[in-house]
Design a protein. Sequence first.
Lengths: 301, 305
Amino acid sequence: MPNVTPTPEQSVEPTAMSAMRKRVFGHYGIIIGGAILLLIFGMALFAPYLTNFHPILDQDLSNKMVPPMWHDGPKVNPVHPLGTDLQGRDYLTRLVHGAQISLLIGFAAMLISGVIGTTLGVAAGYFGGRVDMVVNYLITVRLSMPVILVALAVVSLVGSSLWIVIWVLGLLIWDRFAVVMRSTTLQVRNLDYVAAAQAAGCSKFRIIMTEIMPNIANHLIVVATLEMAHAILLEAALSFLGLGVQPPAPSWGLMISEGKGMMFFDPWLVGIPGAALFALILAINLLGDGIRDVTAPENRN
Amino acid sequence: MLKFALRRLGVAVLVALTVSLLTFSMIYLSGDPAMALAGETATQSDIENIRRVYGYDQPIIVQYLSWLGNALQGDLGRSHYLKTDVSEVIFARLPNTMILGGTAITFALLLAIPLGVVAAIRPNSIIDRIALTIAVIGQALPSFWFALILIFFLGITYRLLPITGTSSWMNFIMPSIALGYYVTPGVMRLTRAGMLEVLGSDYIRTAKAKGLRPVTVLFKHALRNAIIPVVSLAAVQFGFMLGGSIVIETIFAINGLGFLAWESIQRADLPMMQAIVLVLSIIYILITLLADMMNAWLDPRIRVN
């Protein structure tokens, strides 16, 4: 009888890494969401090299509202595949530059709110008692005030610029970070390895950074994707109402607002930036849902 | 129950006071409110005059307390632009916002709960997939863009529904769909998860074993318990909708608080903006207070904790 030596693939159990890789690449949400997000990220990154026009300076009033290439008619021009807007600016150029604004605002506002919310939430969950009471109270106060309304009022009083919008949104949308980080920290705090670290004499800061944080990181990432999408939607709404990013910047919300007067004759003016916004939010949400499914399979329902 | 109710009420009052303080301090965001009010052409004596008339020369704590005292008596100040009492205008506009919020949350619940229940009865079926698709799309669809799409198809192309105003109930259909659709995913997911959990529990198996009709088990035993968290979510979402109605009301020109807020922002009418933020926050605090009380009454476990 031949002596069978098992090949490594047969004998070794799948490692955590390879099992994870299999789950990630077998998840439709992650594949589709990741692909769309990568595409939009690429658009933003290489925006200046993708077209031959400038998003703001290249105005051509004799060539305004050229329809996109899938329309028929004498005005359709292959130089402007997505047409031009009311001031004759190339719509594709404005679209790819708009991706920069959405991604920057989404990411920066998410970072600000993430730092605030995670600090409050982890502190409340870890220390409990008075700290928990104060944080819960802050969360309740924050939730009582309507986000869009407060953001609009503050922006109208302070003045609107890209960075003001980022800071106002970042300071307003930390509530979900705080709520989720608080409850996950509560779950982790009483586990044995935290007790072991306490027994070993680790400082509280060290326990939080090396024992708690790594074990709530997957929840943190999921909330981060949700809040990034939330911030992008809020910026678009603010810009749509005229109090977010100011013209002539190519924000997608602003493009929808500028096009809505001509919606009946040229629906693509509203349709194209709206579809881009929808695709971006969809991609971020799919990715977030996917990360939740993959990192915590027991939470799937 | 009384102890729980009193403690919860205390928190609500404290939160309301904090919100009022934050709302009050909004006037100092723009720097000197008297200068902002006087405009660019005002002389120094004009500014001093305004400062005295509006009480901006008083210490801030005195200003806050007198503003709060007036607000408690229903006096929210005078509009800089309309030159009328703010509270009058607000209470004239409030009903439209409440109607819109009410119809929007009704639309969301009517769509979300049946879908959630069916999705839970037949997990991974076609209907579950459709429900999931609706949820994923609803979360990603910007409400103002969705509103424009509805206007384009239902309002302009097929002329089925009126686009602006509040003259008939037909005017509220499109705004309610646009506002309510965003809430649908959350409610549906919660209903589905709650039903799945309840349907797997022992007392449902007992009810089935007793030979009760499946419909009775489903509605009388399962849905009643699964719906409790949905009620609190719906209350919270209703509150959020009142604040979020600013976008939808502006698009459809519905004369509610949201549209008023947008107009007031355009007119730099600070007392009006403050009052709207305050009123909407207080309504939210009251709604969540009621929802918490109702939950504590329905589920004794909440009271103890």
